[in-house]
Design a protein around this ligand. Structure first.
Ligand code: ATP
Ligand code: MG
Length: 779
């Protein structure tokens, strides 16, 4: 007998329970048969392994509702793990909607971390903590590690504490405590890693503190060592559900396996093609061996995609097919054909941002033969967060409302604010807030006490802090290493200040000099945490942003204005986020900029992890494309400026992997001296751009793929753009415009031929390419 048979599982249940289970379940009608099986197979292990947009999360949510509606479980009996707090909130809302009442009291629906905090507070004493333990942030964690590193006599220039932090983090992801650390890790951190790890854990206990990785690690340890506690929770969490299972790390995996060990009512859903957190210790192998861990698991595969159009789906499938290490899945959709994936190459990153800004505006108006899209329906997904800067600047300039999800906006980032504080202090030495922010960043041996002395001296003399520091030094109120470093800092400020008006140095050179000579850049270069390279890229991006201004002051003003602008605006906004943060989400229209080799796929990821890294990047491309429901626009720049130097870029290899039949190559208007080239009076520049772009290997590749070289006549070229973009799915009844026959309505569609009843010219068959949406016309 099938062990998942409802009647079998419920045999012998009370009458009320059986009546409860037999209640109508209208929410199941929204599911296809396979999804339904996932939602209804309540007992035993279930694995839903399916591609993007096939309704995994929807089925999972419905399963929660079904568990409750059939009386199998109360809200408190269900453990549901999502990847982000945002996803948890959304799932709660959806459950509430389906149940027809707010899903209150689902205390165990959350992320691994949020759930583990709760568990650990209940059992803290089992790992020698008190239940009011504090959770350290990365700064505190680092400070602690630094103390230990220094005390052990290690040269922390060669072996930065941040590196140790990264190593310990990876160990914790693998659920390795100091006690069960494998011998193979013995050489880590100059052979001192294991001992320091032990000291660090001891120190944390003394402080009644945990770091982020401990949350899971401690709970796993408790479950492993205290069978009674484990069994209590096995009984308690009668049903376990996990979304995005492909991105679990070893510690999370062990945690789940322990909890599900008794009843084995665990339902995991995921997609091996969307595993994108390998760099943080995620093991895609977890999902692939589910059937081994849970023999007899019901494995459900979903193939119908409900999110995207066939073109988008085919493009995503074409790219991911390049990965060898995958299960391989076929996806299909009933959605109407829609737009092809649009591909466009730009002269440089700024132009890319400018074009996307304009395109967003036109899509809002519903031009280009497409329906209008609100800003809320559009998203820009970038590979690296520093890419956001160009868009943020552009959108602020043209007044386009945007939101950044999953991270601070560019100018709010820690390293950018630090760097800006340096610039501010150089331009206005009386800026005490800036002084406070950076006087000991990087560390100059100026602790709270020294900083207080500076404050007091400044107040007594009625001068800014910089001045106060100078007086303090003269009076020998501060001595030792701190004094020498403070002097260097103050002398630096004075020197850079003198250079502000010096025509010999550009403000860009000055900015670089400030960041280098202050030791600020070096601080991040020495930093071995995973975020450090991103921060360095952001700093480079900041210097790049300076190029648009005449001097530092102008730039600082610009930033303070734009930061001011932003406060608390409601209304629709376009979303700006990284590809990583976009997992699980969907948007009608998606822009994927910066598809250039080195940027995407990221050079770093390829250098560090070789083919594995490249395959993870490709999965990221798959995640990106499959976020789009109706319109997906991929773009790249032929050149990017790095420290004022043009660098020619190759289009991403993923572009070549897009199946040609599903891609439409758009022609950027800026390249033939029309549009903004002429408006800016920079015909030469744009011709230069043209020459440069066409000589770049990237463009040769693009042309070889069918991209046409733009024509020299602006009007003709414009016509071609409209023509190219008019190829889209039309619908019967749609109002259209034809160059020769004027306005009309579509009465029949046959492949790319349309039968149109023209207002003046009667009924005619025309090729779709030659018509354009009536709304598109300016008259
Ligand atoms: P991802 O892999 O990106 O996380 P997913 O498999 O979790 O995707 P969902 O987000 O659950 O997919 O669903 C994608 C979209 O398809 C959603 O808008 C959802 O409402 C819709 N959808 C899912 N299943 C069905 C269905 N049976 N009928 C109609 N729409 C559906
Ligand atoms: Mg999902």
């Amino acid at each position: 007998m099938n062990r998942f048979d409802e009647s079998d599982a419920f045999e012998g249940a009370s009458l009320s329970a059986r009546a409860m289970a037999a209640r109508p379940a209208p929410y199941l009608d929204d599911l296809n048969p396979e999804q339904r099986r996932a939602a209804e197979t309540l007992d035993g292990p279930v694995l839903m392994l399916a591609g993007a947009g096939t309704g995994k999360t929807k089925a999972l949510t419905t399963r929660i509702v079904h568990l409750m509606n059939t009386g199998r479980a109360g809200p408190g009996d269900i453990l549901a793990v999502t990847f982000t707090n945002k996803a948890a909130r959304e799932m709660k809302e959806r459950v509430g909607r389906l149940l027809g009442q707010p899903a209150e009291g689902m205390p165990w629906l959350g992320t691994f971390h949020s759930i583990c905090v709760k568990l650990l507070r209940r059992h803290a004493e089992l790992v020698d903590l008190k239940s009011n333990f504090t959770i350290l942030d990365t700064d505190d964690q680092l400070r602690l590690l630094k103390q230990l590193v220094q005390a052990s006599g290690i040269d922390d220039k060669r072996w930065p504490a941040r590196m140790l932090a990264g190593i310990i983090d990876q160990w914790k992801n693998r659920a390795w405590t100091p006690d069960n650390l494998p011998a193979s890790e013995g050489s880590a951190y100059d052979g001192k890693g294991p001992a320091l790890y032990r000291q660090y854990q001891t120190r944390l206990r003394e402080l009644n503190a945990v770091d982020f990785g401990d949350l899971l690690l401690h709970v796993v340890t408790i479950f492993q060592k205290h069978d009674d506690v484990l069994r209590q929770y096995q009984r308690w969490f009668r049903y376990i559900l996990v979304d995005e299972y492909q991105d679990t790390n070893v510690a999370q995996y062990l945690w789940l396996r322990l909890l599900a060990g008794g009843h084995k009512n665990i339902c995991c859903v995921g997609d091996d093609d969307q595993s994108i957190y390998g760099w943080r210790g995620a093991e895609v192998g977890n999902i692939l061996r589910f059937e081994k861990d849970f023999p007899g698991a019901a494995v459900i595969r979903l193939e119908q995609n409900y999110r995207s159009t066939p073109h988008i789906l085919a493009a995503a499938s074409g790219v991911i097919a390049g990965n060898r290490d995958r299960l391989g899945k076929e996806l299909w959709t009933e959605a109407k054909e829609g737009e092809k994936v649009r591909l466009i190459g730009h002269w440089d990153g700024e132009e890319e941002a400018r074009w996307i800004g304009e395109e967003v505006e036109s899509m809002r108006r519903g031009t280009r033969g497409m329906r209008p899209y609100s800003l809320d329906e559009m998203a820009i997904l970038v590979r690296a967060s520093h890419q956001m800067r160009a868009f943020e600047d552009r959108f602020l300039t043209i007044g386009l409302a945007y939101r950044v999800i999953g991270g601070p906006r560019f100018y709010e980032r820690l390293e950018i604010r630090d760097a800006m504080a340096y610039f501010r202090l150089v331009v206005s030495p009386a800026d005490d807030l800036a002084f406070e922010r950076i006087v000991n960043t990087p560390k100059r041996g100026l602790g709270d006490k020294a900083q207080q002395k500076i404050q007091v001296t400044a107040r007594q003399n009625g001068v800014p802090l910089v001045e106060g520091a100078r007086i303090l030094l003269e009076d020998k109120g501060i001595t030792g290493k701190g004094a020498a470093e403070l002097r260097r800092f103050i002398d630096g400020l004075a020197r850079w200040g003198r250079m502000v008006g010096d025509a010999e140095f550009s403000h860009i050179e000055l900015a670089e000099m400030i960041l280098d000579e202050s030791g600020y850049t070096e601080m991040w270069q020495l930093d071995k945490t995973p975020e450090a390279p991103g921060r360095l890229e952001n700093l480079k991006e900041l210097v790049k942003a300076l190029e648009g201004f005449e001097n530092l002051q102008g730039f600082l003003e610009h930033v303070s204005l734009i930061m001011d602008n932003e406060a608390g605006e409601d209304g629709e906004k376009i979303t700006l986020m990284t590809l990583h943060a976009a997992k699980g989400l969907e948007f009608p229209a998606v822009f994927l900029p910066g598809w250039e080799d080195g940027l995407f796929p990221s050079q770093r990821s390829m250098d560090e992890s070789g083919v594995r890294g490249l395959e993870e990047e490709r999965r990221l491309a798959y995640v990106g494309i499959t976020r789009a429901e109706e319109v997906c626009t991929i773009s790249f720049a032929g050149n990017r400026r790095v420290y004022g130097q043009w660098q020619s870029q190759m289009p991403s290899r993923f572009i070549d992997e897009l199946p040609e039949a599903h891609v439409e190559v758009l022609t950027p208007p800026g390249l033939y001296g029309g549009a903004y080239g002429a408006a800016a009076g920079s015909g030469i520049e744009s011709r230069a751009a043209e020459a440069n772009v066409y000589n770049s290997p990237g463009w040769r590749r693009l042309q070889a793929r069918g991209g046409e070289r733009p024509m020299s006549q602006p009007s003709e070229a414009r016509h071609r753009v409209i023509e190219a973009e008019a190829i889209s799915a039309h619908t019967v009844g749609e109002r259209v415009f034809h160059q020769k026959f004027g306005y009309g309505a579509i009465i029949g569609i046959e492949g790319d031929k349309l039968e149109i009843a023209f207002d003046k010219a009667g009924t005619k068959k025309v090729v779709a390419r030659f018509i354009t949406g009536a709304d598109d016309m300016p008259f």
